[in-house]
Ligand binder design. Structure first.
Ligand code: AHG
Ligand code: MN
Ligand code: MN
Length: 334
């Protein structure tokens, strides 16, 4: 008897959890030690907890501002702090991690200096678009995993690596459903949290971004302060039947672009001449996902993942999305 024939009641029920997926992937690598899987499983646990706290935020009275600022001089929301502490708690105790670094902490957290036993670094934006929470809008978590270079001196410098060095990247969108999008450099996988069993279940093993879609996502209110090339692009798009969508949370905007196609832009502005978004834990992980799904990601006219980082919290401009749409933007920037 075949396995399928023995399951008449279950039919096509999806029971491939992220844990099973990661263990099956680990099995394909004979020398894998399990540490990498263990780190991703900490991210899965932390983001399930953050999803639950976001869902109950109004009930628990944790909406709104903390009354403090983070290292970027930006107002911290209460949930920025809760999400950050959750990720630090879950990742901080996992063997395999040498350093964790977060948008909310000025300095990277050194977990150990013995690079031999701890080959990885995790960087994250614990809560992206956090001010959207007050209005029940989409928010997210973004993460990037790098190899630890234990020759770095001082050790903090080990985090400053180009995006091309990422060995995994992903994000979790806390929306009407909680979606985890992951790449380990072999395509993009998408999981959705089934709250009734508390597991992320695989819903798409090979996500591909559409090649083109007449849609852009940008804070158009800043148009007058964008460099000329971006203004030229917008005026071309207005004349060519484009539509515009902007959630104000990078995770929500990029997820829509990944699913439907189009282009996401955060250009330099007078207020943020290098762009607003952070290279190492916003732009790079999103760039890896978009490229792995068949799209493109640029900072100005340079491929984002080739930018040499000078500082952990460095900002960058961003143009990413469908291959054809990014090409059109770039042709206006040249
Ligand atoms: P964060 O909440 O992590 O600081 O990120 C906010 C970012 C990003 O999510 C979004 O794309 C962008 O800020 C929106 O900025 P504007 O309000 O300037 O459009
Ligand atoms: Mn962010
Ligand atoms: Mn954030």
């Amino acid at each position: 008897m075949k396995l399928e024939d023995a399951l008449p009641q279950l039919g096509q029920e999806n029971l491939l959890s992220i844990q099973s997926y990661l263990l099956a992937e680990e099995d394909k690598h004979p020398h894998a030690t399990g540490r990498f899987t263990w780190i991703l499983s900490a991210i899965s646990l932390a983001t399930k907890y953050i999803a639950a706290r976001c869902r109950r935020a109004r009930i628990e009275d944790v909406l709104g501002a903390m009354g403090s600022e983070n290292v970027q001089g930006e107002e911290q929301q209460k949930l920025d702090v809760i999400a950050n502490e959750t990720l630090l708690a879950c990742l901080g105790k996992r063997a395999g991690l040498a350093i964790v670094a977060s948008e909310e902490n000025e300095e990277p957290l050194i977990l150990s200096c013995d690079g031999q036993e701890r080959p990885y670094i995790a960087l994250f934006d614990p809560l992206d678009g956090s001010s959207n929470l007050d209005t029940c809008g989409g928010v997210g978590t973004i993460f990037s995993i790098l190899h630890h270079d234990r020759r770095a001196d001082p050790i903090e410098n080990a985090v400053r690596q180009k995006g091309v060095n990422q060995i995994a990247a992903g994000y979790v969108l806390y929306g009407p459903s909680t979606v985890l999008v992951l790449t380990t450099g072999r395509g993009v996988q998408m999981f959705v949290l089934d709250p009734s069993i508390g597991s992320f279940l695989l819903v798409d093993a090979d996500v591909r971004i559409p090649q083109a879609n007449k849609s852009y996502s940008i804070n158009e209110a800043y148009t007058n302060s964008f460099p000329e090339g971006y203004r030229k692009y917008l005026s071309w798009a207005h004349d060519n039947g484009y539509s515009s969508r902007y959630a104000g949370a990078m995770v929500a905007d990029v997820h829509r672009i990944l699913m439907k196609g189009g282009v996401f832009l955060y250009p330099p502005t007078e207020k943020a001449p290098n762009g607003k978004l952070r290279l190492m834990y916003e732009a790079n992980p999103m760039a890896m996902i978009i490229e792995q799904a068949g799209g493109k990601a640029y900072s100005g006219t340079m491929r984002t993942m080739e930018v040499e980082p000078e500082a952990l919290h460095q900002r960058t401009s961003v143009v990413l999305g469908s291959s054809d749409e990014v090409d059109i933007v770039l042709s206006n920037l040249a």
